[in-house]
Design a protein around this ligand. Structure first.
Ligand SMILES: N[C@@H](CCC(=O)N[C@@H](CS)C(=O)NCC(=O)O)C(=O)O
Length: 201
């Protein structure tokens, strides 16, 4: 199995975390994103969208981090990162979708410029609007977390894996995180899989 990734990629980090949690052997192939290797002919043949991550498993090629997470779960079910019952699995699915729709797209508006562009190229109005959406999303999660240790009950699941790379940047995004979100973030980021995949910036 091969994973095409970049160490700074939030979406690729999800997959690296799942690989570590499940102890799946995998060759990591780093793409030179600043040099636009993701747009090269050889990589476009694998992933026509020119993004990381992409997984290659004996000729089977898959991209979109959530789809890769589900594939790893199906092919390597132990240790499980999905609950056993239909409702728990549906709840994880819900959080995977909402993480992308209500957080990932807005996080990118703040994180890409803050991590990779000089301040004179930041769009402050767009970043403020994105932060308002993100604050609203985390206010909802604050309620949903209740007294649970993780997002879906007391076990670490793919829902937490999907959020993990974004939780890492709560401070950089200047999110107004409530106490439950803060405790959940600390718990998630303390896992060995999180510590082993910390981006350089
Ligand atoms: N929806 C995709 C998003 C992947 C994505 O946006 N990857 C970024 C890095 S975090 C990327 O490859 N950017 C390079 C580019 O767009 O040229 C997923 O979940 O895998």
């Amino acid at each position: 199995m091969k994973l095409y990734y970049h160490p700074a990629s939030t979406f690729a980090r999800r997959v690296r975390v799942a690989l570590i949690e499940k102890a799946i052997p995998c060759e990591l192939v780093e793409l030179d994103l600043p040099a636009r290797e993701q747009r090269s002919a050889w990589y476009s043949a694998l992933n026509p969208y020119g993004r990381v991550p992409t997984l290659e498993d004996e000729g089977f090629v898959l991209y979109e981090s959530s789809a890769i997470l589900m594939y790893l779960e199906d092919t390597h079910p132990a240790p499980p990162l999905l609950p056993a019952g239909a409702r728990g699995r549906a709840a994880v699915d819900l959080h995977l979708r909402l993480c992308d729709a209500q957080l990932g797209r807005y996080a990118g508006v703040i994180l890409f410029p803050k991590r990779f562009l000089p301040p004179d190229r930041w769009d402050a109005a767009a970043m403020d609007a994105a932060r308002a959406e993100i604050d609203n999303h985390f206010a909802i999660l604050e309620q949903q977390l209740g007294n649970q240790r993780y997002l879906v009950g007391d076990s670490f699941t793919l829902a937490d894996v999907a959020y993990l790379p974004f939780l890492h940047f709560l401070d950089l995004m200047q999110v107004n995180a409530g106490p439950r979100v803060q405790a959940w973030t600390a718990r998630v980021l303390d896992r060995p899989s999180a510590r082993a995949t910390v981006p350089a910036r």
